[in-house]
Design a binder for this molecule. Structure first.
Ligand code: BT5
Length: 350
């Protein structure tokens, strides 16, 4: 649970009250008002007035939200407030955060799946139109690249996939994962205040203390056109690293580990979904080309570091010098030449 600090009642004037339309489902309206005013209280009479119902009616909506797993404090003089947000996914709360963040899409929330990427792929194959998001509290077969697995314990971390049906030329999406990495690292820096969150070519979110997240983009391509696309991200948020196998805990970190405090998983999920949808739209509009290299350089964990690049049986040692406009890693070799690496594994040279 991410607890809110205690607070007195703040008057809910416009624009908050105006942003929330009383025509929507009453429980969802109450939840959004609670969210908009948290950690403060919203008066029961204001809710009753906005919803045109009795205070008993409001009270029954509050109880409905409690039954859905939300912790709501009630105080006779002050009204109601969200006391804490659960670490386990709660669909109404996620949808309320998505509306707050200003960008929504259909969401599928599950307790456990094999892999959110696989689940999204099946939805696309069965005719579900993108974009939509699939989230789970845990994954039994969370995966990374090249058959590697993604450790996905239940509760507190983010396992999210967004499905799209782009039907565009493959070139438009060639830097898609790099671009999404930039968007999400930038978002996490500003949301958490953790300045050291960086991108590691091609698909990692890292900090000096270890890997905090990984991205996996999978596409079905037909005649040079991307028909369907699934963007998956695993992000270590609040789940204690002691629930990781010790060999993995040594090379991993989490937002909570880095900041020393827990984060609201629903807020992070909603904002990561928004960043993903916005990043995708920018790729389709061709807006990424001119900014890709500069933005990557600002966040590049490998900049000027001695690295080993392996791909297949080959290994190369050199100095990482950012990326080019196609997204290829620039590796400066001992002989002074620079080699563009399209795919491979990069590790820091000891
Ligand atoms: C990745 O692969 O980093 C991409 C991971 C994408 C996971 C998300 S979760 C939601 C969606 N559904 C899925 O099934 N997948 C996506 P790669 O670069 O291959 O890195 C994999 C390596 O990261 C593993 O071999 C471990 O060394 C390490 N690793 C595994 N789990 C980790 C974790 N929770 N935190 C940090 N590192 C981890």
């Amino acid at each position: 649970m991410s607890k809110y600090p205690s607070g007195k009642r703040k008057s809910i004037k416009s624009p908050v009250a105006k942003r929330v339309k009383a025509s929507e489902n009453p429980s969802s309206y109450v939840l959004r008002m609670l969210l908009a005013s948290s950690p403060y209280y919203v008066s029961g009479s204001l809710l009753a007035q906005k919803l045109k119902m009795s205070r008993v009616g409001v009270w029954s909506r509050i109880n409905k939200l409690r039954r859905q797993g939300l912790s709501i404090d009630a105080s006779q003089n002050r009204g109601y407030r969200l006391a804490a947000e659960p670490d386990l996914l709660n669909q109404p709360l996620l949808e309320a955060w998505m509306r707050e963040s200003g960008k929504t899409c259909k969401v599928f929330v599950h307790d456990e799946v094999d892999s959110t990427n696989s689940f999204a792929e099946r939805l696309l194959a069965n005719g579900e139109k993108g974009p939509f998001a699939v989230l789970a509290n845990s994954q039994k077969e969370g995966r990374g690249r090249l058959g590697r697995s993604w450790h996905s314990p239940r509760g507190g971390n983010l396992y999210l996939s967004v499905g799209f049906m782009p039907n565009v030329d493959i070139l438009k999406l060639r830097s898609f994962t790099l671009w999404q990495g930039i968007q999400i690292a930038t978002l996490l820096r500003s949301l958490t205040g953790i300045e050291g969150i960086s991108v590691k070519w091609p698909n990692d979110l890292v900090h000096d203390k270890g890997k905090v997240g990984g991205m996996l983009t999978e596409a079905s391509i037909d005649c040079e056109r991307v028909r369907s696309l699934v963007f998956g991200i695993g992000l270590n948020v609040n789940c204690p690293l002691k629930r990781f196998p010790s060999s993995l805990a040594k090379i991993s970190t989490s937002l909570e580990d880095l900041k020393g405090e827990s984060f609201r998983i629903h807020e992070i999920a909603a904002k990561v979904i928004k960043a993903t949808l916005t990043g995708y739209a920018a790729c389709l509009k061709g807006e990424t080309e001119k900014n890709l290299v500069g933005k990557w350089n600002e966040l590049d964990a490998l900049a000027d570091r001695r690295v080993v690049v392996s791909g297949g049986k080959k290994k190369m040692v050199g100095t990482a010098r950012g990326i080019d406009s196609s997204g290829a890693l620039q590796l400066k070799l001992k002989n002074g030449r620079t080699k563009a690496i399209q795919a491979g594994e990069v590790t820091l040279k000891e």
